[in-house]
Design a protein around this ligand. Structure first.
Ligand SMILES: [Zn+2]
Length: 329
């Protein structure tokens, strides 16, 4: 794993951490929260490598010491990264982090560090710790021992148990300004002309914008909007359209794009064309906004939000999507 550099819009939290370490008032338990795609994991990796590093600098881990070498080789004995497990047979990822995983982590934190420095444990995302798992973590969060850092990541800090939250110091990784986001994003884009569009669609979360460029859901928005119009105008069958899109895209790629297109169609119906995020698709979005009632647009939008929640909970998505296309007509 490369040693991450703290991103420009994360400098404020970074300075706070530098000061705490210099004053020896570093917290033992952290919550890093913030919008998805703002770089929480990237920041956590920079902080973890810096805590473990044997010659840390004000810019982060040194990149050369024994600890940094182990970090780069992804074999640091004093670092644990906890996430939901994926079943090898079915390929499905569990929607919770289980108590056994936390018990193993607590065991690791109870042993002394092999390199005589920090021990770092990261839980990503902490809001999927199930109830027992969260409870097993409480005592360790309260008395983690010297030179220990437990870092919890989440997009939804309020979804964590209050007893977890009260034992951690919370830091918000904020969204950068559009200019700051663009300066970081532009040199990395294959098609820099899409920078503004990608940032609008990602609510200025730069890492989400970068990932979006490559995503199938982003690349097929125009086709998807055309399919929606065709179904609304009864020129295509809802069921065939559903089947065609099920072949082309995974539900988790399809649903966010559908949701954004519907939100934009609703804005257009309300006369707010300037607020539309898929601004490159304005003409076709106007048609959707004209053909569907505001009530129906709102209902379909809620369906998309709910379907994404269900898909994230491993519920079969095909029926939900068949139903979506039928309701569109
Ligand atoms: Zn180092």
């Amino acid at each position: 794993m490369n040693i991450s550099v703290v991103l420009p819009w994360q400098q404020n939290i970074w300075q706070l951490l530098l000061q705490s370490r210099a004053r020896q008032t570093m917290p033992h338990a952290f919550i890093f929260s913030g919008l998805s795609g703002v770089g929480k994991l990237h920041f956590t990796q920079a902080v973890s490598a810096w805590l473990l590093c044997q010659q840390p600098t004000d810019l982060g881990a040194c990149g050369h010491c024994k600890s940094c070498q182990l970090w780069q080789a992804e074999s640091h004995p004093d670092y644990r990264f906890l996430q939901a497990t994926t079943d090898e047979k079915t390929g499905k990822t569990s929607r919770v982090i289980k108590v056994d995983q936390v018990r193993e982590l607590v065991g690791f934190l109870n042993k002394s560090a092999q390199l005589n420095g920090y021990r770092v444990a990261v839980i990503q995302p902490a809001d999927i710790l199930n109830h027992n798992a969260a409870n097993s973590l409480l005592k360790t969060l309260e008395e983690p021992g010297a030179q220990t850092a437990i870092i919890l990541l989440t997009d939804q800090p309020l979804a964590l148990l209050p007893t977890i939250r009260s034992r951690c110091q919370q830091f918000t990784v904020s969204v950068p300004s559009t200019q700051q986001a663009k300066e970081w994003l532009l040199p990395q884009l294959k098609n820099p002309a899409q920078a503004d569009l990608l940032l609008r669609l990602s609510e200025n979360a730069p890492l989400a914008a970068l990932a979006l460029q490559e995503s199938a859901g982003f690349q097929c928005r125009a086709e998807l909007a055309q399919s929606m119009v065709a179904v609304v105008e009864r020129k295509a069958s809802p069921l065939q359209t559903a089947q065609q899109w099920q072949k082309n895209l995974k539900p988790e790629e399809l649903l966010p794009s559908l949701q954004l297109l519907l939100a934009d169609a609703l804005l257009s119906a309300l006369g707010q064309d300037s607020a539309i995020k898929n601004s490159d698709l304005l003409p076709i979005i106007r048609i959707l906004g004209q053909r569907l009632s505001r009530t129906r647009l709102l209902e379909l939008h809620s369906d998309c939000v709910e379907s994404q929640r269900l898909v994230a909970a491993n519920i079969q998505a095909n029926l939900l999507l068949d139903n979506f296309w039928q309701r569109l007509q």
